[in-house]
Design a protein around this ligand. Sequence first.
Ligand SMILES: [Fe+2]
Length: 123
Amino acid sequence: MADLRIDNSMNELNEGTEQEVHYIEDIDAASDFELKHTPNIEIIEEASGQTVKISIGLKGISHPQTEEHLIEWIRLFVGDEMVGDVGFGPTNVVEASFKIKRDNQPVIVQALCNLHGIWEARA
Ligand SMILES: [Fe+2]
């Protein structure tokens, strides 16, 4: 019989949260539910690096921000390294801006919805 032992090792990017990370595989087939949870990443090239502007929701579909249902945090990674995070409450606008030096590394943003888990986008 096969060994069905479960591997509980966590994704390095997700250390400490023990939650599955959701992401859109095909933007053209994405549901409104997926679109409203996915981080929107805008990267502005500058002489000394980049400015990353982050909001939540794609194609004009935005996520609620209420006591009952909200984005609690966003985290920014450049490559494997977390370089910034911001927490939000129900009265906050969920937007953030960071200055980075990406050096050809992927820029990854994760956002946590209190009801629907962690959502990730890459740029
Ligand atoms: Fe949600």
